[in-house]
Design a protein. Structure first.
Ligand SMILES: Nc1ncnc2c1ncn2[C@@H]1O[C@H](COP(=O)(O)OP(=O)(O)OP(=O)(O)O)[C@@H](O)[C@H]1O
Ligand SMILES: Nc1ncnc2c1ncn2[C@@H]1O[C@H](COP(=O)(O)OP(=O)(O)O)[C@@H](O)[C@H]1O
Ligand SMILES: [Mg+2]
Ligand SMILES: [Mg+2]
Ligand SMILES: [Zn+2]
Lengths: 278, 255
């Protein structure tokens, strides 16, 4: 079985960096600061593969580098080091960090989708809900108005946004509706990979449950691969068959989700599992 | 007789970092061979590592050392203790079923949807999958009003039958059963035993833990008797481990 995405030695340093933290295996301190130069090691030596149609979970405490990893994969942040390969571009042979700006935009607009915890990052609040979704097709080069409208509406229907709200602006939506529109926006280009950063963070539990069910059914129906960041082990258990666990910018453990939860090997994972599961 | 599963020198030790690095030995140096279509019963007192052994085979636990070889019809094997996670997921999906001692239902997924999921994943049409599930529901004596309800509210017996059903609907070639009749009344136990017997007739290889000695003896072709657990508070007691390893030498009793 071939991975669709391979992430190798991904590193993001905030600050000047030094020989120590810029190399592989930077020295460890009790937080994510480089003990030599004090730069923040937001993530380092991160390696993982994503397989077709799977939901890969990333868990870890606040500040452990989960969002940084997603931002680098979506080119919102420039990675300090590392390589990523995606099978949809040049047969997976070319490091995405070496792509020209145009191919990169193509990845963002077509091949990858993203859903942020904060809807302000994912949606244009001055454009209607349906406009937000349509926009992504427009930037991907689609021009036929009717085709665009039909696909936007059928997708909004799929994510269960009520048709009477299609033309409203996102600021008038509830948190759950905003996430539905973000999900529709991510899906509209038929991406092969969707990055989700705490998509249900800050929502109340019943809304959270509905969004999680939507993500689960979409993943099963459309077989689109996802990387899902969450610090909620129950969410991860529900959605992901494999997970990676991060701490201080490093991957401390990875494996089958049920294995990591029932037989956590690293001290940090044991603490995490025992503090989240009753 | 074709070999189906071979376990060699398998050991599972938990390193509990959060309990001052306490080491808990689940089981040590287990060896056995299981042929196709045979039922191996696992016996031993509570805490002797029966469930842990089954979980290691399913890779719900990672083995500490040793090999778990799963053979195909041509005698080729894969080592379940060594293959990658995605490869193990494929084995779980295509070849191996596990019925856990306790069933944790998925929230907000109805019985029907839970049970047909494996078939839908394999590309069955929804109607066909529902048809197949309905037949099984009848066989498992699950009343119609439960089909579209959420299993989280079901009785122990109903949960356990659904647990078994969701594993059996997409019949695996090898089935791991961890006390599937635990805490069930006589009638429910009877239903499950009949089903297991039927599976034996269909030549499905099984590894099972049955609390009830009678049940175990009627089903099992062979019994692996696990003896003596160990529990150590730190490495300085390693002499103890050796003594206990000695005591653990005799393993398989043939019936
Ligand atoms: N733009 C930035 N400038 C400086 N430091 C940053 C920046 N973005 C993130 N960091 C730091 O990088 C580290 C990783 O942050 P990141 O947002 O990836 O964490 P996270 O795992 O997503 O946490 P949370 O669960 O709170 O969302 C943190 O120490 C954070 O303060
Ligand atoms: N996930 C786990 N983490 C730590 N210790 C465990 C875990 N699972 C089982 N054990 C320990 O391993 C030993 C064997 O347990 P188990 O396999 O459940 O025994 P049995 O099924 O024979 O009753 C026991 O000491 C148990 O407490
Ligand atoms: Mg974050
Ligand atoms: Mg047990
Ligand atoms: Zn440094």
């Amino acid at each position: 079985m071939n991975a669709i995405l391979k992430v190798q030695n991904l590193k993001k340093i905030y600050g000047r960096g030094c020989d120590d933290c810029l190399g592989t295996n930077p020295p460890y301190s009790k937080d994510n600061k480089c003990p030599t130069c004090g730069s923040i090691i937001a993530c380092t030596d991160v390696n993982f593969d994503v397989y077709p149609g799977e939901i890969l979970g990333i868990v870890g405490e606040s500040g452990s580098g989960k969002s940084t990893v997603l931002s680098c994969l979506y080119f919102n942040q420039q990675a300090t080091d590392g390589k990523i390969f995606y099978r949809g571009i040049e047969g997976g042979e070319k490091d995405l960090f070496n792509l020209n700006a145009q191919t990169r935009r193509q990845l963002q607009n077509i091949h990858f989708g993203i859903v942020y915890q904060n809807p302000h990052l994912g949606l244009n609040f001055n454009v209607s809900g349906e406009g937000n979704v349509a926009e992504r097709l427009l930037v991907a080069g689609k021009r036929n108005f009717n085709t665009i409208q039909n696909s936007v509406h059928s997708l909004l229907e799929r994510v269960a946004l009520s048709p009477s709200r299609y033309k409203d602006f996102p600021k008038y939506y509830s948190g759950g509706m905003q996430q539905r529109v973000q999900i529709a926006k991510a899906l509209i280009s038929n991406p092969e990979l969707i990055l989700l950063d705490e998509p249900t963070g800050g929502l109340d539990v019943s809304v959270q449950a509905k969004i999680l069910d939507l993500i689960r059914s979409i993943s099963r129906e459309l077989k689109v691969a996802m990387i899902m960041v969450s610090h909620d082990m129950q969410v991860i258990r529900l959605l992901c068959k494999r997970i990676i666990v991060m701490k201080h910018g490093r991957v401390v453990e990875s494996g089958l989700t049920d294995r990591v939860i029932d037989d956590p090997k690293e001290a940090y994972t044991q603490t995490l599992v025992h503090s989240t599961i009753q | 007789m074709k070999k189906h599963l071979e376990v060699r020198n398998l050991t599972k030790i938990f390193d509990m970092h959060i309990l001052n690095n306490k080491k808990i030995i689940a089981f040590e140096n287990i060896n056995f061979t299981l042929n196709r279509g045979k039922f191996l019963g696992i016996s031993g007192k509570s805490g002797y590592g029966k469930s842990s052994l089954i979980r290691c085979i399913y890779r719900n636990y990672d083995s500490t050392s040793g090999d778990i070889l799963l053979f195909d019809n041509n005698g080729e094997s894969v080592n379940l203790a060594k293959i990658s996670d995605p490869e193990m997921l494929i084995i779980r999906e295509k070849r191996m079923g596990y019925v856990s001692q306790f069933f944790t239902p998925l929230p907000r997924v109805t019985t029907m949807n839970l049970v047909i999921e494996p078939l839908i994943d394999k590309g069955w049409l929804k109607d066909d999958a529902i048809q197949r599930a309905s037949e099984l529901f009848k066989l498992f004596d699950i009343p119609g009003n439960l089909w579209d309800a959420y299993p989280s509210t079901f009785s122990g017996g109903e949960k356990q039958r659904i647990n078994l059903m969701k594993t059996l609907i997409d019949c695996p070639e090898i089935l791991l059963l961890d006390e599937p009749t635990a805490s069930l009344d006589a009638r429910n136990r009877g239903i499950i035993l009949e089903i297991v017997k039927e599976l034996k007739k269909q030549n499905i290889t099984m590894l099972g833990i049955f609390h009830d000695q009678m049940e175990m003896e009627t089903l099992a072709d062979e019994i692996l008797a696990i003896k003596r657990p160990g529990e150590y508070h730190d490495e300085t007691h390693s002499a103890d481990i050796e003594v206990k390893q000695e005591a653990k030498k005799e393993f398989i009793f043939q019936l």
